[in-house]
Design a protein around this ligand. Structure first.
Ligand SMILES: *Cc1c(COP(=O)(O)O)cnc(C)c1O
Length: 383
């Protein structure tokens, strides 16, 4: 069922770096007259006696995107209508009455899925901080799944994925890593021992804030088959146009991420010594408590996300956000445009973070323009 429905994807050279794979993977095979890009196939039904006979069975566009994401993460990819649709399907791999270890700092939507399943008596949850590897492994005894987000929202926690995955495996649990912030270009969790990687391709992979799409990439084909069956039966399928746009976004991920990450590192450095900022969370910042682990676990940089606390009141923080002209006060992340958000506006995050914590998704604008906007707006409520 998870065999690629894309007729014959182009062959990849195993020597190619991930930046190159992101550009080449999932294209049609290079035969005379072949298009450079996969088609957008807008059809709910197909002529009988084929692998795809109905719109929930498959789509050439998903096949192409799955070939690319699978190649980048080193596993078998299954795409979904959104990141949370992928998370729902993965959560359903847990046997009835099973146990899940979940990191406390986790995207609130993922936490809600598991909390609701627990409330319905479907499974048991053990909540543990993602940066406390010993506590995660202690909780993994007798568990079926360990779910960590790394780099984690909104405090940019980096989990020790190699140690967690190895320990979970010894205890008979599978490890799932939500790698949305890191992308396959900064962390390859399957190489680090994890069983399933989850991506919200809505974010950096799509990269233009114009689609929702999710993916699970599996080490084990039995997991991929199960997830594809879940998608088929529950119907959370990606749209053909969204799959096309996500693959188009993936083509430029390397350059977008390099640029946004360099700016994020520079902004983190400058914010750390700003008079109206108390704390900066960016794992790539020397002196950050995550720095050693980030250097060891992430393949190069620390990504394009950071958060910081305004050294003032909630009202001053809101006044700062209202004053911004280039950065937009909006949720979500990973697009070419920079976004900023006070996280405690969400009840789910208010318990985890200080009231003035702002999460910043750095885009690809010029870093000096971003700094001028941030620095200028930060001074206003204090003058
Ligand atoms: C956005 C996000 C999700 C959910 O993905 P959707 O595509 O919005 O459903 C899950 N995890 C993380 C880390 C996210 O940022």
């Amino acid at each position: 069922m998870t065999e690629s429905v894309y007729p014959t994807p182009v062959t990849l050279d195993p020597e190619w770096t991930p930046d190159t794979v992101a550009v080449q993977a999932g294209r049609p095979a290079r035969v005379p007259g072949a298009p450079m890009n996969p088609p957008v196939t807008m059809s709910s039904t197909y002529v009988h006696d084929a692998t795809i006979e109905y719109g929930r069975d498959g789509n050439a566009g998903w096949g192409a995107l799955e070939a690319a994401l699978g190649a980048l993460d080193g596993g078998t990819a299954v795409t979904f209508a959104s990141g949370l649709a992928a998370a729902t399907a993965i959560a359903d791999l847990v046997p009835v009455g099973g146990t899940v270890v979940l990191s406390t700092v986790t995207y609130y939507g993922v936490r809600s899925i598991f909390e609701r399943m627990q409330a319905h008596g479907r499974l048991h949850l053990r909540m543990v901080p993602a940066d406390d590897t010993a506590a995660i492994l202690a909780a993994a005894d007798g568990a079926d799944m360990v779910w960590v987000e790394s780099i984690a929202n909104p405090l940019m926690v980096v989990a020790d994925v190699p140690a967690i995955a190895a320990g979970a495996r010894e205890r008979g649990a599978i490890t799932v890593v939500d790698a949305t912030f890191a992308t396959p270009l900064r962390q390859r969790p399957l190489d680090l021992g994890a069983d399933i990687v989850m991506h919200s391709a809505t974010k950096l992979i799509g990269g233009h804030s114009d689609l929702l799409l999710g993916a699970a990439v599996c080490r084990d084909d039995a997991h991929a088959d199960s997830l594809a069956a879940h998608r088929h039966d529950h119907g959370a399928i990606p749209g053909s146009l969204e799959a096309f746009l996500a693959l188009r976004g993936l083509r430029t991920l390397a350059v977008r991420l390099d640029r946004a990450e360099a700016s994020a590192a520079e902004l983190a450095r400058r914010l750390a010594s700003h008079p109206h900022v108390s704390t900066v969370h960016y794992p790539g910042l020397p002196g950050d408590s995550q720095h050693e682990r980030a250097t060891r676990v992430l393949s190069s940089g620390s990504g394009s996300m950071l958060s910081f606390e305004v050294a003032g009141t909630v009202e001053q923080t809101e006044a700062f956000l209202a004053r911004l002209r280039l950065l937009t006060h909006a949720t979500s992340l990973g697009g070419v445009e920079s976004l900023i958000e006070r996280r405690a506006r969400y009840a789910g995050d208010a318990a985890l973070v200080g009231p003035t914590l702002c999460r910043l998704s750095v885009g690809i604008e010029n870093v000096e323009d971003l700094w001028a906007d941030l620095d200028g707006a930060l001074r206003v409520p204090f003058s």
